[in-house]
Design a protein around this ligand. Structure first.
Ligand code: ZN
Ligand code: ZN
Length: 284
């Protein structure tokens, strides 16, 4: 059994009463407007930046300069709102997109690496004025958005022409943080997303693939901790199960628990499930 370094957080949708009952912290989700949660100020230590406006994904890497600047501005404006909360010291940010071909996406379909690096530095400098740290979250492999059929052999898929964000891959997630090279930018590990990525590999290699996300624990300052189905096809979805109810190996969970990072249990289903989950985590 190891001890957590910081109190765990659960989503605001669990309700303030429950958050306080279990001495937890909280984080607003990508769909929440942080300014709707003023009464949560005491427990709100982090927020999730918005990822879309009017059905279009923001893309801070976009090769379309107008859409890129618009996307950066949306995030900066959100940071200004987060600054009203005295305990809010981390903003979780999604990476932009290399390619995003959803029908609703009129602008910002294609992203560029260098644009991305510059954009995050710009956002991080803005956030540092309020002492808010930017944590960059590894993202999903999008099986259903790319209409990949269940019977398709993962080894036969060419991802180079598929809708895909930056930093789905562990090595890219880490090297982008290094290339951004800004003391106000660290990483957020999402343990459900890593399973959607691991589904690209044969079952016997999947544990090794998810372990790569733990190769630079010094860069991980925040975690979105959930379980998922590592070994069967349900893991192509971003399942966000309670920790201990999926098939991520226990030693991986143990390593997550011991990280020097703030941790959000990024799901809430019921108080009973929360109690079971906290018991599972306590025994790790
Ligand atoms: Zn996210
Ligand atoms: Zn997440």
């Amino acid at each position: 059994m190891s001890e957590l370094i910081y109190p765990l957080a659960i989503p605001v949708k669990a309700g303030l009463e429950l958050i306080n009952k279990y001495n937890l912290r909280s984080e607003t989700s990508l769909k929440d407007h942080v300014d709707d949660y003023v009464e949560y100020a005491d427990v709100l230590f982090s927020a999730h930046a918005p990822i879309e406006i009017d059905g279009q994904r923001l893309n801070v890497a976009s090769i379309d300069r107008d859409f890129r600047e618009y996307s950066i501005d949306v995030i900066k404006t959100y940071i200004d709102k987060c600054a009203m909360f005295p305990n809010l010291t981390q903003l979780n940010l999604h990476f932009g997109y290399k390619r995003w071909f959803a029908e609703a996406q009129i602008q910002g379909r294609i992203g560029d690496y260098e644009n991305h690096i510059m954009a995050v530095r710009d956002i991080a400098d803005h956030a540092s004025e309020y002492e808010i740290e930017i944590v960059m979250e590894n993202l999903n492999s999008y099986w259903s958005a790319n209409q990949i059929l269940p019977e398709t052999d993962p080894l036969e898929i060419d991802w180079s022409d598929k809708s895909e964000p930056f930093a789905t891959y562990p090595d890219e997630w880490i090297s982008m943080c290094e290339d951004i090279n800004n003391s106000n930018v660290k990483l957020c590990l999402d343990t459900s997303h890593i399973c959607t990525y691991a589904q690209r590999f044969p079952k016997e290699d999947r544990k090794k693939e998810i372990m790569k996300f733990l190769s630079r624990p010094d860069l991980i300052n925040h975690v979105h901790w959930s379980d998922n189905y590592l070994y069967d096809i349900r893991g192509r979805n971003d399942s966000h199960l309670t920790v201990g109810s999926g098939t991520i190996p226990t030693d991986f969970h143990k390593a997550v628990k011991s990280l020097d990072a703030t941790i959000l249990l990024e799901h809430y289903y019921s108080e009973n499930q929360l109690i079971q989950e906290l018991e599972f985590i306590d025994k790790l």
